[in-house]
Design a protein around this ligand. Structure first.
Ligand code: NAG
Ligand code: NAG
Length: 205
């Protein structure tokens, strides 16, 4: 009884003192997932048109991300620097969590925060779809499509991403259970052959 009451008091004290600042964990490995490197852009599906909109371009070099976001409506840029602090595989195949320190430079002001990122790696599409949160590590991509996708332009042909349970699929490729929340713009690795297309219609005069 006494122990339970002490625990309850301690929890109350935590709530009172902590407020919003939940402590994110330190994950098993230093830095970020090795696959998250090189030139890339960040896009998001437009909720109305379902087409991807590019939000930012940038790169990750040695675990330090540097992206420039551009807002065409305000013609303003915002620079976001992210330092991968620690990471580990998440449960499902091809997924990870990472703790990232983010510094945002926007219109002359600088803000900092630490987030936990949850990502799904699609090696064949050269894409990582992700969400992040300041309060806890997300466990999945939201089904409403409100996640971001990083397209990796420097990915090595032989790149692998070995996380989660092996089930005979190519490493890093997620099977149908997550296809709902999967990345946009699936492209074939080999590309279409000419036989995939009919003759171009001749112009009518
Ligand atoms: C990030 O990139 C900008 C240019 O877009 C550069 O001025 C800045 O020094 C870079 N910051 C880091 C930490 O690499
Ligand atoms: C940017 O900062 C300037 C100077 O502080 C301010 O006048 C302007 O309204 C700001 N612009 C935006 C879009 O916040």
């Amino acid at each position: 009884m006494a122990a339970a009451r002490w625990l309850a008091l301690a929890l109350l004290a935590c709530v009172a003192a902590g407020g919003a600042a939940a402590k994110l964990p330190t994950l098993a490995k230093p830095g970020g997932p090795p696959v998250f490197e090189g030139l890339s852009d960040i896009s998001r599906l437009d909720p109305e048109t379902q087409f991807p909109t590019t939000l930012a371009v940038g790169y990750v070099l040695n675990g330090l991300a540097n992206y420039t976001y551009y807002n065409p409506a305000t013609m303003q840029t915002m620079v976001q620097i992210g330092k991968f602090q620690s990471w580990q595989c998440a449960t499902a195949k091809g997924t990870f969590k990472a703790i990232v320190g983010l510094t945002t430079l926007s219109n002359g002001t600088q803000t900092r925060k630490t987030v936990c990122m949850y990502g799904e790696v699609y090696l064949m599409q050269q894409q990582i779809s992700w969400v992040q949160s300041e309060s806890a590590c997300p466990e999945a991509l939201p089904e409403d499509g409100s996640y971001h996708t990083t397209t990796l332009y420097s990915l090595d042909r032989d790149a692998t991403f070995e996380c989660g349970e092996a089930d005979g699929d190519a490493d890093g490729y997620l099977s149908s259970s997550t296809d709902v929340g999967g990345p946009q713009g699936l492209t074939s690795a080999t590309g279409p052959t000419s036989g995939d297309f009919g003759m171009a219609p001749s112009p009518a005069f």
